[in-house]
Design a protein around this ligand. Structure first.
Ligand code: AHM
Ligand code: MG
Length: 337
């Protein structure tokens, strides 16, 4: 029997460019560079204590969170890999207060790249899955200089989005608006190999993901939804639910893309003036687009995440995403509020 042919990320992107014209040349280069950077972050993650990469960096990011060494390493890897290729005009990151404009010594391209270089930072030192999340936007038409305003586009304007999860396998998950594809890193070959096309999320699920320790702070609609799940077969839902919470959005979303489920990081009363914990532009938007492209849904309880007009680069948002019927149910519990 002929072994199944291995399709590398490079080949996949070239074919998409050739057959469907879905991926312009500069975007293809950008995605390859992001994938290469993820490969190198994956190596650093795998070395762990042997590479001296664990622990805190004794610095804070713009959100007032203590940075881990790997947060900073991953951020640098992504910037260094992307700044010289001529495909980008600027970058923005969870780990940088301001946008990063491609230095004048390099040619400038037409795209903007946003990323959370290492999501799930609290899992780094305990050897649990973490990941890189990225979102690609087009520079607004006719704009010559790059400023923060150029980045403030709703998620429905993304031209590519994805994440790379560093778990038992390193998996790169991508959309350019034509469904969701997954590539697994083949360490012997050093390349990402296509392992799943046309990823679909079942519309129904019996599994939810939420940090239950915040229950007492939630708003009534979220409480109601979780209470009903917890009531199981005897409750209004008439079925038992299972729970998972990895504290790495990449790993939770990856599970949902693989077998369905609903993920929530809702607004809560701990910090009533913040819309949520997660960041809109480089966490919620790319994940929301991937989820929708796989047939799921993503809202903030009131509206589609992808339709939110951002007003700040590091803006936060309440997130409910995953299996369509469950997301619609939680969202309907918010209506009239
Ligand atoms: P980070 O970007 O600083 O790592 O924070 C985002 C992470 C998400 O990956 C995860 O869903 C959430 O924070 C977990 O938060 P908590 O520790 O409050 O459960
Ligand atoms: Mg994050």
């Amino acid at each position: 029997m002929t072994p199944p042919k291995k399709i590398s990320l490079t080949r996949y992107l070239v074919e998409q460019q050739r057959i469907d014209g879905l991926i312009p040349g500069q975007l293809r280069l950008l995605l390859e560079v992001v994938a290469r950077a993820c490969k190198s972050i994956s190596h650093a993650v795998n070395k762990g204590a042997l590479g001296g990469v664990l622990g805190s960096a004794d610095s804070e990011n713009v959100q007032g969170e203590i940075q881990k060494k790997l947060d900073i390493i991953a951020n640098e890897v992504l910037i260094e890999a992307n700044e010289w290729g001529g495909h980008l005009a600027g970058m923005a990151s969870e780990e940088m207060d301001a946008i990063y404009v491609v230095p004048n010594r390099y040619p400038k391209g037409e795209y903007l790249l946003l990323f959370d270089p290492l999501d799930g930072s609290s899992n780094i030192d305990v050897n649990v899955s973490i990941g890189t999340i990225f979102s690609v936007l087009h520079m607004p038409e006719g704009d010559r200089g790059v400023d923060e305003g150029d980045f403030l586009q709703p998620g429905n304007r993304q031209v590519a989005a994805g994440y790379c999860v560093y778990g038992p396998q390193t998996t790169l998950v991508l959309t350019v608006g034509d469904g969701v594809v997954m590539f697994t890193l083949d360490r012997e070959q050093g390349s990402f190999v296509l392992t799943q096309e046309n990823v679909r999320i079942p519309a129904d699920t019996q599994e939810f993901a939420i940090n239950m320790s915040n229950m007492r702070h939630w708003a009534p609609p979220v409480r109601r939804y979780i209470d009903e799940c917890l009531a199981g077969k005897e409750g209004p839902r008439g079925k038992d639910f299972n729970m998972r919470w990895i504290a790495s959005m990449v790993a939770d979303v990856h599970r949902i893309l693989t077998r369905g489920g609903v993920f929530m990081y809702p607004w809560d009363q701990r910090e009533p003036n913040k819309p949520g914990k997660l960041r809109l532009m480089y966490e919620a938007n790319p994940m929301a687009w991937l989820i929708e492209q796989a047939g799921g849904a993503a809202t903030n309880g009131k509206e589609r995440i992808l339709d939110i007009q951002p007003t700040k680069l590091h803006e936060r948002v309440s997130v409910i995403l995953g299996s369509k019927n469950e997301v619609e149910r939680v969202t309907s519990y918010h209506s009239g509020l």
